[in-house]
Ligand binder design. Structure first.
Ligand code: EPU
Length: 420
């Protein structure tokens, strides 16, 4: 079994360069198959397991993919309308973007319920509601969904929850629908803007991405283009938190600071010193941390994906910090492991109170989901002694070269094989 072994207690300096955004990339790859003519080139593609899993699906449906470091050229000339098997769909959440993309391309999609981190029930009712509004008829056979449309027609769609996935999936299905589609109460995450930018470069007519009303005027055909993926704000945020915990002039490079404002203002409240440049943030560990109160919200609120790593820093604050999670029912799975390392955290439903400061001690901890894994790595970095983080596949799904990036700035971290 592969695990991460971390010797804690080191101060970190140097530069970590942030990769392309996972949560953009996993939507941009399926979006690329909507091209009717010419290949789509994606730049700044992170080398993570989720990208590999989507590549397997591309390969299965007949796309011709050239992958080199940080780029992907996707030629969809020979893509076929095929059922995407469960073994592919269940590897990651974002496999469901093939539903919108196949529906937009073929007016037909067959796919199994997606996988991904077990951080909540994660229904897809809003995606399906959007497809139905556009003219799709949905048949559900166990875990399999068949969406079929004689014709896709623009519609006015209101999302009860500003869902990232549903907003993107509806855009994918609507770009070639006849007439105009509006998505009200659309999610506003930067990844949605990135997907709209790619689609517009392919010839789509999408306006309003990044606001809560998106308008899509259907076009007949889309074409190839080249598109550079935005930097990963969650990866950047994770390393900024690690810098706040152990940094000595640690520079996080290739960031869009505006995407991280909810985090940086919380860190400043906690007494963390940040030097925020145009495309970088330099961070230092302060002498002491003040506690903070955080409520996760859709963008531009505090990102749910960063509350788990932030909770590690909160264990070092002088007083009680509070986190209220409002997006996922199950996002405190890292807490028992942090408590095994010495943290004092109470969880009550979707709220937690972190009583600080408590020193953390190295032990063996298990990754339950991607950002829980990032939190445990952060904890290992500030703990005394050796921390073994198991079940690291979750981490490798979303953090490109995490071992190399952390080693380069002074973390003692190794991927090793141990007997189960
Ligand atoms: N929801 C529904 N019905 C739906 C869709 C969503 O009830 O049809 C609910 C969800 O259960 C959740 C809320 O709406 O309570 C928001 O879910 P959303 O659809 O926005 O999340 P997602 O698209 O499944 C993406 C990211 C997550 C991130 C969330 C929120 C990807 C692949 N995943 O998930 O990222 O936490 O948005 O920002 O983009 C991660 O990277 O670790 C991660 C989990």
């Amino acid at each position: 079994m592969e695990v991460l072994e971390i010797e804690g207690g080191k101060r970190l300096s140097g530069t970590i360069r942030v990769s392309g955004a996972k949560n953009s990339c996993v939507a941009l790859i399926p979006a690329s198959i909507l091209s009717d003519e010419g290949a789509v080139t994606l730049l700044n593609v992170p080398e993570i397991k989720d990208t590999d899993s989507l590549n397997e699906i591309l390969d299965f449906i007949g796309a011709d993919v050239e992958r080199s470091t940080e780029s992907m050229v996707i030629d969809s000339t020979n893509v076929e309308d095929k059922e995407i098997p469960e073994e592919f769909a269940k590897k990651l959440r974002a496999s469901y973007y093939f539903m919108g993309a196949m529906l937009g391309k073929f007016k037909h999609a067959e796919l199994y319920f997606p996988g991904g981190c077990a951080i909540g029930e994660r229904p897809i009712n809003l995606h399906l509601k959007g497809f139905e509004a556009l003219g799709g008829v949905i048949t559900n056979e166990g875990k399999k969904y068949i969406v079929d449309a004689k014709e896709l027609k623009g519609a006015e769609i209101y999302l009860d929850i500003a869902s990232v996935g549903a907003t993107i999936n509806i855009m994918l299905a609507a770009v070639k629908a006849k007439g105009i589609t509006t998505i009200e109460n659309a999610a506003r995450e930067p990844e949605i803007v990135d997907v709209a930018m790619l689609l517009n470069s392919m010839g789509a007519k999408i306006e309003g991405a990044g606001t809560n009303k998106i308008t899509i005027e259907g076009v007949k055909k889309l074409h190839g283009c080249s598109h550079e993926i935005i930097p990963d704000r969650v990866e950047a945020g994770t390393y900024i938190i690690i810098g706040a915990a152990a940094g000595n002039y640690l520079k996080i490079d290739n960031v869009i600071p505006q995407h991280l404002e909810a985090l940086t203002s919380t860190l400043e409240e906690m007494n963390v010193e940040l030097d925020i440049g145009d495309d970088y943030i330099i961070v230092n560990k302060p002498d002491k941390y003040y506690p903070a109160v955080v409520k996760t919200l859709p963008y531009p609120g505090f990102a749910t994906d960063l509350q788990q790593p932030l909770s590690v820093l909160m264990t070092q604050a002088e007083g009680d910090s509070k986190i209220t999670e409002t997006i996922w029912e199950n996002r405190f799975l890292h807490v028992p492991h942090l408590c095994n390392m010495g943290a004092n955290i109470e969880v009550n439903g979707m709220k937690s109170i972190i009583h600080g400061p408590t020193p953390l001690h190295g032990t063996t901890v298990e990754t339950t989901d991607l950002r829980a894994g990032a939190a445990l790595v952060a904890a290992g970095i500030i703990a005394d002694g050796t921390t073994i983080v198991t079940n690291i596949n979750h981490i490798l799904r979303g953090y490109e070269n995490i071992v190399e990036k952390l080693t380069d700035v002074g973390v003692s971290i190794k991927k090793i094989d141990i007997e189960e």
